[in-house]
Design a protein around this ligand. Sequence first.
Ligand SMILES: NC(=O)c1ccc[n+]([C@@H]2O[C@H](COP(=O)([O-])OP(=O)(O)OC[C@H]3O[C@@H](n4cnc5c(N)ncnc54)[C@H](OP(=O)(O)O)[C@@H]3O)[C@@H](O)[C@H]2O)c1
Length: 246
Amino acid sequence: MTDGRVLLVAGGSGSVGSAIAREALAEGWKVAVHGRSEDKVHALVAGLSDQGTIDGFIADIREDEAAETLVAEVAEHFGRIDAVIDCTACGPMGITGLFPETSPDVFTDFLDVSVGWFERLAHAAYTFLAQEGGTLIAFVSDAGIHAARRQTLVGAARAATIGFIRNFAIEAAHDGIRAHAISPSYVAETEISRRKGTEFMSRVSRRAGLGLPTPEDIAPIALFLCGDRARRITGQVISINGGLNA
Ligand SMILES: NC(=O)c1ccc[n+]([C@@H]2O[C@H](COP(=O)([O-])OP(=O)(O)OC[C@H]3O[C@@H](n4cnc5c(N)ncnc54)[C@H](OP(=O)(O)O)[C@@H]3O)[C@@H](O)[C@H]2O)c1
């Protein structure tokens, strides 16, 4: 039972976020869906508005005060925020690659739009999540858990978000807030997988004994973590990778 609870999906106009928005409406959540491109957010809202209460919010997370403004707008519009799931994916080119070929400037930028953004979002949403016992979820990546070549910078930034979640969770539990990280490795049927190309994705997919997850596989798990049945769980990092990493 969600009792009209409100979910903010940051980066909700993307592949995983839009699957979460769709599933959340089916489960009775009211959904605030955020993205950078107005066209994408409006198209998603228009496509889902017959399935429940959903509204769109536009903000570029690189702008000053983006997290505070976004959270304030959602709270003003819906009157409450019970869960926040961050699905934003943005970073400079060159964040993956052999370490000597990467630039420290790229790393600083990625830290700001990954762990920095998420910390600002968590900070802005904290008092709302504390009101009724809410949930905060960060999407990270298996690069933050499993070492691999060409992933040094991504792995370091994602590990920072995981460290944030685990420490935050212990403290925030005293205010009734739960926090988790969801860690995909590769996700099939996404914009990112389309950019990587069929040949690359087929090769990775053969290594995943259970098959790579799609956004529709991931969405119910994120919402389970936000629901009452997960009320005694916090601080977990859930890898969803079809058996690629363990
Ligand atoms: N897909 C994968 O294979 C994969 C693998 C490992 C981890 N992950 C992680 O899983 C999460 C979801 O991935 P996804 O596949 O759904 O990504 P996606 O389809 O690329 O969606 C990214 C979302 O972030 C938004 N965004 C990007 N830059 C922004 C900015 N500057 N300001 C505001 N919003 C911005 C996008 O909005 P616009 O489109 O309007 O820019 C979109 O809503 C991400 O954290 C990603 O790193 C994904």
